[in-house]
Design a protein around this ligand. Structure first.
Ligand code: PGA
Length: 230
C-alpha cells in the first residue's frame, strides 16, 4: 500500500487526475472504475480541463462505476448516474455505450460485464467515514461480488446532506464487491483532510472487514492519496 501525502484538496485532485490521465495515455482503451461522493469532484474537474485543453482523449475508454442507489431513476438528481453525467461524462468525449453502472439484475451480471471488458485497469475509490469502499459497509465478512447492500445507519446519515428529507435517503444500494474492487489492476484511493485519522487507522497492519478499506493491504498496486498537515 503506497501512501502519498498532499497538503490540500487541490493537490489531492491534481495528483489523482494525473494518475488517471497517465493510465489513459499509456492505454487509450483503458477500463476505469469510478467513484462518486464529494471527494472525487475535483479530480473530475481536472480531467475535464485536460480534455478541454486537448490533452486527454476518452473515445476508447470504458468506465464502470462502483455503486448506485436502489430505487432512483437515472434522471433523479441524486442518482450516481446523474452525478457522473454532471461532473464528468457530459463534458468529455466518452461514448455513452462505454459507460456502465451496476443495476439490480442477475447477481453476477456486473462482474461478468467487467470481465468481458478485460477487467478494470484503474479503480478510483473514496472512503466512507466508517471505512467503507464502494458501499461495502463494516461487517463480519468481506463480500466478493457486486450485490444489493443495506446501507449502514452512519452512511444513510452522511448521505442525507444531499436529500431534502431523511425519508428520501435510499436505504439500499448496489455495490461492487470487495473481490470486484480487488481484481482491479491498480487502485487509487483519495481521502480528504476529514479522513486523515481514518487513513492513520488504515495504515496499521491489521486487515478486518470491520474496516473494509484495510483489505487494500493485500493489493499489489494500491495508492492512497491523503491530505495531511505535515
Ligand atoms: P465523500 O464520500 O467523498 O463524500 O466523503 C466517500 C465515500 O462515502 O465513499
Amino acid at each position: 500500500m503506497k501512501i502519498v501525502k498532499v497538503n490540500n484538496y487541490e493537490e489531492l485532485s491534481a495528483v489523482a487526475a494525473d494518475l488517471i490521465a497517465k493510465q489513459i495515455k499509456a492505454k487509450p482503451a483503458s477500463v476505469i472504475g469510478l467513484a462518486t461522493g464529494s471527494t472525487p469532484i475535483g479530480t473530475y474537474k481536472n480531467l475535464v480541463e485536460m480534455h478541454k485543453r486537448g490533452d486527454l482523449n476518452f473515445i476508447k475508454v470504458k468506465t464502470f462505476n462502483l455503486d448506485e442507489y436502489c430505487g432512483l431513476a437515472r434522471d433523479d438528481a441524486q442518482s450516481y448516474y446523474y452525478f457522473m453525467m454532471d461532473n464528468l461524462f457530459k463534458h468529455i468525449n466518452i461514448p455513452k455505450v462505454n459507460i456502465h453502472f451496476p443495476a439490480e439484475k442477475d447477481s453476477d451480471w456486473y462482474d461478468k460485464e467487467i470481465a468481458q471488458a478485460g477487467g478494470i485497469d484503474l479503480q478510483l475509490l473514496g472512503i466512507g467515514s466508517n471505512g467503507h469502499i464502494g458501499f461495502n459497509e463494516p461487517e463480519d465478512v468481506f463480500h466478493k461480488f457486486t450485490r444489493v447492500v443495506d446501507l449502514a445507519p452512519s452512511t444513510i446519515k452522511a448521505n442525507a446532506r444531499f436529500f431534502k428529507k431523511m425519508e428520501d435517503v435510499p436505504k439500499t444500494a448496489i455495490s461492487m464487491g470487495i473481490g470486484t474492487i480487488m481484481a482491479a489492476k491498480k487502485i487509487v484511493l483519495i481521502a480528504g483532510a476529514d479522513k486523515a485519522e481514518l487513513v492513520k487507522e488504515l495504515t496499521k497492519p491489521v486487515i478486518s472487514p470491520q474496516l473494509p478499506a484495510s483489505i487494500l493491504h493485500f493489493h499489489p498496486d494500491a495508492t492512497i492519496i491523503t491530505v495531511t498537515s505535515r
